[in-house]
Design a protein around this ligand. Structure first.
Ligand SMILES: [Zn+2]
Ligand SMILES: [Zn+2]
Length: 323
């Protein structure tokens, strides 16, 4: 069968690989559609070189169970149920768990043998293309739950890529007033469509100053989803005293927080536990992922799909790959 295989920085190729072996507690899932995530691009660009060569990538996808014919979203994090974290209900951090598509083979393959407990059924009202974008929805739900905003609170979302735009949507569902920040007007137009109360183009305006003007004392909660040192450094000056800041973007490097006031900061990158709710909200049209899909390719053209996802001139948000 064919699969997208990591062969080193800049080299992810569609290759012929052996068919998966189905063992007990597993079901064969035939690939239908998946989406490319920023994480995949880090490997493609060579930012992260720890991935094993020969690994099949992809961690956000749906398929059809060969045994039951049911359409399912695949949850990419496995857990043991017995370790320190699992026993405390934090299976996301299982010390024996695998992250499919990163530390074990992932979803961009014609089929995969999956633990059945990692499969979430997809209702007919959700298309393959929509079911291919479950991961960032689950993350947005988890992050906004952790931030615990009250109705009417200010939520400032820095970065309106696919993840930021979903944060904007979920913050609105939570009853927040949303300030959306980005450098690109086409993304801010989508943020506005998804209910952002204020949109700031940080190329033209001083984002920190504008947030403080709008909110008077600072935002109640802030989500950093742009993934740059500069935007992380802005968060303490956008949030009000004792406010909460979620750092969702990857941003390596020395941080200068100067004379930042007191606030709570935390990181969050994945949420396997919120997949069922994510699928439900997509099915009920309460969260929109269709509007985030800007490009579609076949699995055989995976390299073209990656290049498109990595090319800002293409204005990509979510690039979906289909069987
Ligand atoms: Zn991802
Ligand atoms: Zn465990």
């Amino acid at each position: 069968m064919k699969a997208a295989v990591y062969r080193g920085a800049g080299k992810i190729r569609v290759e012929e690989v052996p068919e998966p072996q189905v063992s007990e507690q597993k079901a064969l899932v035939k690939f239908r559609a998946g989406s490319i995530c920023g994480t995949d691009l880090h490997f493609f660009r060579g930012d992260w070189r720890w991935m094993k060569r020969g690994r099949i990538i992809g961690h956000d996808a749906c398929g059809v169970r060969a045994d039951t014919g049911e359409r399912v979203v695949m949850v990419p994090v496995t857990y043991c149920g017995k370790c320190y974290y699992c026993l405390r209900g934090l299976s996301t951090y299982c010390t024996r768990g695998k992250f499919l598509g990163l530390t074990s083979d992932g979803f961009f393959a014609e089929s995969i043998a999956m633990r059945t407990r990692n499969l979430v059924p997809v209702p007919d009202s959700v298309s393959d293309e929509e079911a291919a974008v479950a991961e960032p929805v689950a993350l947005a739900l988890h992050v906004m739950d952790a931030l615990k905003p009250n109705v009417g609170d200010w939520a400032t979302i820095i970065g309106q890529g696919a993840i930021g735009l979903l944060m904007t949507q979920v913050a609105r569902l939570k009853g927040c007033r949303v300030i959306a920040i980005d450098l690109e007007d086409y993304r801010l137009r989508l943020a506005e469509k998804y209910g952002a109360d204020f949109c700031i183009n940080a190329k033209r305006e001083d984002a920190v100053k504008r947030v403080r003007e709008i909110t008077r004392r600072g935002s109640d909660v802030v989500v950093e989803a742009a993934g740059t040192v500069r935007t992380v450094e802005q968060t303490p000056f956008m949030v009000h005293k004792a406010g909460r800041v979620a750092l969702v973007g990857e941003s390596k490097g020395y941080l200068n927080l100067e004379d930042a006031d007191e606030a709570m900061f935390f990181t969050m990158y994945i949420s396997p536990v919120e997949y069922p709710l994510a699928v439900k909200l997509i099915a009920e049209k309460r969260v929109d992922v269709k509007g985030l899909v800007t490009h579609k390719f076949r699995l055989a053209d995976f390299e073209k799909a990656l290049q498109t996802a990595d090319n800002p001139a293409e204005k990509p948000l979510k690039v979906v790959v289909t069987a």
